[in-house]
Design a protein around this ligand. Structure first.
Ligand code: PLP
Length: 383
């Protein structure tokens, strides 16, 4: 039985969401995938399924415990080593999800008297990690999106009044999940190195897709192996599930002793780890996959008169929430799985369609979407 006070509260909040047109519901996958993060088309690759099955047969369906108890098997070590090699770092630590990684590694690194600086459009998981650090007494500075000068000003101002021993962390998405634009990592690194701050980047939408070996944005921008904390996920381009932080051995050691999302959570299941290993192998061995995803994204951007960008995320700005939902529904009715993204996932007044491309898409599917989208947008007023 739900107590009546609770029922009232739930009803009020649901009514408010509905009045604002912000009610969320789960709609199962249907139609041509134009919205997932399966950029390399690996999610349904039979080789990943076979790797998962083989891992399950050898090591079991579940890990049985957290990593620090009995949860670590040979595949966990193998995956951490493979990721560290790929990302050019000394070490790597797996987390169960990207959300868990970001939300818990930040408060494990900065506490009372320290500071964390975060790009204004960072992913919710980084935002929550920063909020947790602030709750623990750290200063939280939000710098304007992609504005390295604003970051530098905030860092200098904070440093001028902070105790000498105070630590600063800077957190930024590499590729931003809702806009598909990219941080200037060399510039961020310069500012961080100049102020003795540690840089954490989230390569969730760059891993597997960018750089000559698919290692990510750091590789694409020539700072491979130079960023102290490179976080990424395995449930997007890699086609499996899970997350990681690539870093120096000393940072790994610190995180495995302090990051609560790592310590107090059952380890990734062996089949997931086996699939991730195979996903990484294929991502590296078959560069045509990332080239295809990016070519298709370029085609969509060109058709929509958008400047070229290096990610496979194409935002189509609509502005009004209800209108974004309506256009998404029109496209879904034509067989294209496109979803509307509304506040609070994106800033107020910036509802949009978030379209993505993947290696599994055919030219005809992308051309069909362009035609359907052009028609659907013709009748709407956009910002
Ligand atoms: C930039 C970014 N970071 C972190 C996450 C969270 O990763 P996970 O889905 O593994 O929790 C996501 C998306 O889901 C993301 O887009």
């Amino acid at each position: 039985m739900i107590p009546s006070l609770w029922l009232d509260r739930l009803r009020q909040q649901a009514d408010r969401r509905r009045a604002l047109g912000r009610d969320r519901a789960i709609h199962p996958a249907a139609g041509v995938d134009m919205c997932s993060n399966d950029y390399l088309g690996l999610r349904c690759d039979p080789r990943l399924a076979e790797a998962a099955a083989a891992a399950a047969r050898t090591f079991g369906a579940g890990a049985g415990a957290a990593r620090l108890l009995r949860g670590t098997g040979p595949l966990h070590d193998e995956l951490e080593n493979a990721l560290a090699r790929w990302k050019g770092t000394e070490a790597c630590l797996l987390f169960n999800t990207g959300f868990q990684a970001n939300a818990t590694l930040i408060p494990a690194l900065v506490g009372a008297g320290d500071a964390v600086f975060s790009d204004a459009l960072n992913h919710a998981s980084l935002v929550d990690g920063c909020r947790m650090a602030r709750a623990g007494g750290a200063h939280l500075g939000i710098f304007r999106h992609l504005d390295v000068e604003d970051l530098e000003t905030q860092l200098s101002t904070w440093r001028a009044q902070a105790p000498v021993s105070a630590l600063a962390l800077v957190a930024s998405d590499a590729v931003f999940s809702m806009d598909g634009d990219a941080a200037d990592l060399p510039a961020l690194l310069d500012v961080c190195e100049g102020h003795g701050a540690l840089l954490l980047i989230d390569e969730a939408h760059a891993t597997g897709l960018l750089g000559p070996d698919g290692a990510g944005l750091a590789q694409a921008q020539g700072v491979h192996g130079r960023i102290p904390l490179v976080m990424g996920t395995l449930g997007k381009a890699i086609g499996a599930f899970g997350a990681f932080v690539c870093c120096a051995g000393s940072l790994r050691d610190h995180l495995l002793n302090t990051a609560r999302g790592f310590i107090f959570s059952t380890a990734l299941p062996p089949p997931v780890v086996g699939a991730a290993l195979e996903g990484i192998r294929i991502a590296r061995a078959e560069p045509w996959r990332r080239e295809r995803a990016l070519t298709l994204a370029g085609r969509l951007r060109q058709a929509l008169d958008q400047p070229a960008a290096l990610s496979a995320i194409i935002p189509v700005s609509v502005g009004d929430d209800a209108e974004a939902v309506r256009i998404a529904q029109v496209l879904q009715a034509s067989g294209y799985d496109v979803r509307a993204v509304r506040p609070p996932t994106v800033p107020e007044g910036s509802a949009r369609l978030r379209i993505t491309t993947g290696a599994h898409l055919e030219d005809g599917q992308v051309e069909g979407l362009i035609a359907a989208l052009t028609e659907a947008l013709a009748t709407t007023r956009r910002p």
